[in-house]
Ligand binder design. Sequence first.
Ligand SMILES: [Zn+2]
Ligand SMILES: [Zn+2]
Length: 405
Amino acid sequence: MINALRGMKDIAFEEADKFIYTIETATQIAKRYGYQYIETPLLEETKLFKRSVGESSDIVGKEMYQFIDKGQNDVCLRPEGTAGVVRAYVQAKLDRRPRKDKFYYYGAMFRYEKPQKGRLREFHQFGCESFGEASVYEDFNIILMIRDIFDALGIGYTLKINSLGCSECMPPYRQNLIAFLTPKEALLCEDCSRRIATNPIRVLDCKNNQCQTLLHDAPKLTQNLCPTCQSDFQTLQKLLDSSSIAYEVDTHLVRGLDYYNKSAFEFVSSQIGSQSAIAGGGRYDRLVEFLDGKSVPAVGFALGIERILDLVTLPTSKREGIYLGSMLTQEGIMETLFALASRKRQQTKVEIEYEPKSLKSHLKGADKINARYCAVIGEDEWSQGEIWIKDLETKEEYRAKIEEW
Ligand SMILES: [Zn+2]
Ligand SMILES: [Zn+2]
């Protein structure tokens, strides 16, 4: 027997119903906010992620499904969705004309991590990227959209926000933080002592308890923002207050990826273990430029589909469609059933039972697939050109001309 690879999982039955319902719900809401679908390849040049996600990140450093293909190209399966969308945006030269572009996407992402609960090697994300809008109102608009998605799916959450500053206020803060961390290097965990040189901001969200204790008196970026970043961050909080979305400012929220600036946010759920992130995003005004485009402001988010599947409440399933069968073996009966099914499928779901059976067995079969109607041709009906129908919701039974039903 051949099994799925470690860290990879089939999604079927009720989970699949929840999976597709989540994507359909998120898609519908993204469209209402003016987003268009974009599909980008699963496989990209490795350097795309090295340049966007960053060489110092865990994703690029340890977790990529990277290999040399038969044409000697260094390629990898996408570990996240934003880089590919930005690459597509630049490749189509959309950065060269002043217009706003908003894209949504969903699909599989790959990270070679140690598989554990809530962490798969192949997982799925739904995400949105908005290009060309620098205003903090767009950051707020995206948070509203995620709120709408989780509300529609019946999922509770807590919102955490932070500001990561800009190219004016981040560099001096980074120096302050390095100066604060360097004397404590020996006391920090192995990852953090390495990060002082490579990516000191990532030290802030280390999950190690001792690191967190040492960070207690660390300088906070929210207290060192430039006037523009400060005013944007206050505007975002005012908008959130007015919309009655509960939130907390988390100065240690830095996101895992190097390209974020200004607003960063995370939706967390306490229903799936300790404060797990179910969606995250923020502003990344420099990424288009990093990938050889013009300077275009951008903001986006992604939500982890597998992480929320257990939390999704499916709408109660109603009886739907038609179960079609016969009790006969007569010449022409199957042709009649197929023709009727084709006509009815213009409006609804139809399943045909090929075996001739008793009425009782047909009714059982219709119930099993949760059909609304059980339609059966028996001997008497066949001789009259008719079909017997039972509405399994109202229990009403009647006969109709096959041609006219
Ligand atoms: Zn700033
Ligand atoms: Zn640490």
